[in-house]
Design a protein around this ligand. Structure first.
Ligand code: SAM
Ligand code: SF4
Length: 458
């Protein structure tokens, strides 16, 4: 949902689903709409324009969007002038078909076509259906200043690249978000510096595969290192804006994360000790079918490398249960890999076949739903144990916490995060602090999801 903005000609309402990239894109859309006389509202019933920024990654994500559309249909019946637009991955995947399937939708706009929104809205206002799902090889929206939606004023997402060239066999992203392209480094640093001056204290650099970030200044030669910026170089530049600006990033691909990146993190205290390193499966055979281009052993060696260069680094992963042909033994490989990596947190899914992907074309989705759920359940149980063990291991330790706001459970407590991305709560009575402050907090207790601490007085 969006922040209220008085003084605009019309009102738009936007809801985002799926990954951080989509939430970041919605902030670009908000900026384009603000420039064209639309202010945000949190109440869709009063909106002239309702937008859904959609996700296609699993079937369930698409079903959620469809049920939201049913709700909007009822509102539209009483307010026929209201326009409904579908943005993002589902728009790209279904294209014009969306208009046939969901008659109430007026606009279908793919992730590279947001600059054309004002024209498409104009078209839709005349009663025509408007569609633009062209993918681009260049669009990065580099010059657009995102309007921060639902921001805590402390942490912000900054998109550094778009698209993906990896072609993991289960994944729809390369089809919905197009070819990989990196955003101009100068505009990234400018956006981060601007956020810092506006009081933000944390930026998360976003891309499907941040380690393959590569930007070359126009006219630069590929061998002139000063004109080429790699991901390590970009991290260095953003971290150098100010030591009190925390830098995070997501997502790393295990095949691409380099020692140079790990050493850059080690050199800068303000680059957070936290790496999200999606493994997907612990079985080399399944990894091959998934086209992940690494083996179990290669991944484990990467974990060892991270632990040796960054001993205090937090680790999390994405893992899929029940991919095509997965045996009990393959599944056990995933469990033992999780034990070895001792992840602090995981995003865990069961495999959902996506039309058009390599896996849908090549392999049979042959693991019964019940078996997928049982395996996923075992993965979740194991992760709950690992998270609790990891948190218990922090009891007695002291961490620097960046305060993000009130704790969800009680306004008497602050909530913040450690460099390792763990949520930490502590009583406000421990001192006089504000949102955006750094505080040293000693952990005294924990749950599986949260560390509970006491602030140390300076
Ligand atoms: N680019 C990132 C990467 O390489 O890991 C993340 C991409 S995706 C938005 C986030 C996660 O969704 C993936 O890491 C994967 O675990 C999961 N995912 C993607 N396609 C899926 C599918 N067809 N079924 C189940 N989970 C899927
Ligand atoms: Fe999908 Fe693989 Fe690209 Fe991640 S790296 S977005 S999982 S194709």
């Amino acid at each position: 949902m969006a922040v209220e903005n008085p003084g605009y000609r019309k009102k738009f309402y936007i809801e985002s689903y799926g990954c951080a990239m989509n939430f970041s894109d919605s902030e670009i859309v908000a900026s384009i709409l603000n420039d064209n006389g639309f202010g945000a509202t949190r109440n869709f019933e009063e909106a002239d324009l309702v937008l859904l920024n959609t996700c296609s990654i699993r079937e369930k994500a698409e079903q959620t969007v469809r049920s939201r559309l049913h709700i909007f249909r009822q509102v539209k019946q009483s307010r026929p002038g209201m326009l409904i637009g579908v943005l993002g991955c589902m728009a790209e995947r279904l294209k014009e078909k969306f208009l046939e399937e969901e008659r109430l939708v007026d606009m279908v706009v793919g992730p590279d076509a947001y600059r054309t929104l004002p024209g498409l809205i104009g078209e839709a206002e005349t009663g025509q259906k408007a569609v633009n799902v062209l993918l681009s090889r260049e669009e990065t929206y580099a010059d657009i200043s995102p309007v921060r939606l639902d921001s805590n004023g402390v942490a912000a997402f900054v998109s550094i690249m778009r698209g993906c060239n990896n072609m993991c066999s289960f994944c729809v992203v390369p089809f919905t978000r197009g070819r990989e392209r990196s955003r101009d480094a100068v505009s990234i640093v400018r956006e981060c510096r601007d956020l810092f001056h506006r009081g933000y204290r944390e930026v998360t650099l976003l891309g499907q595969n941040v380690d393959s970030y590569y930007w070359m200044e126009e006219g630069g030669l590929p061998d002139a290192s000063d004109t080429v910026v790699t991901f390590a170089g970009l991290l260095e530049k953003v971290a150098s804006i100010d030591p009190s600006l925390r830098v995070r990033f997501s997502t790393s691909h295990p095949k691409d994360i380099t020692d140079e990146v790990l050493y850059t993190i080690a050199r800068h205290e303000n680059i957070c000790r936290y790496i999200h390193l999606p493994v997907q499966s612990g079985s080399t055979r399944i990894l091959q079918l998934m086209n992940r281009t690494y083996t179990r052993e290669w991944y484990l060696a990467k974990i060892d490398r991270i632990r040796s260069i960054l001993p205090d680094c937090g680790l999390s992963t994405d893992i899929i249960a029940g991919f095509c042909s997965e045996t009990d033994e393959d599944h056990r490989d995933s469990l033992t890999l999780m034990e070895y990596a001792r992840y602090d947190m995981s995003y865990m899914f069961f495999y959902s076949e996506r039309p058009g992907t390599l896996a849908a074309r090549r392999y049979r989705d042959d693991i019964p739903e019940e078996a997928k759920r049982k395996r996923l359940d075992e993965i979740v149980k194991l992760q709950n144990r690992l998270s609790l063990e990891s948190n218990r291991g922090d009891i007695g330790k002291t961490f620097e916490i960046l305060i993000e706001g009130d704790s969800k459970k009680s306004a008497a407590d602050w909530k913040g995060r450690s460099s390792q991305n763990k949520v930490v709560v502590f009583p406000k009575t421990d001192g006089s602090y504000q949102k955006g402050d750094y505080v040293r907090v000693k952990v005294v207790d924990c749950t599986g999801a949260t560390l509970i601490g006491r602030a140390l007085l300076h």
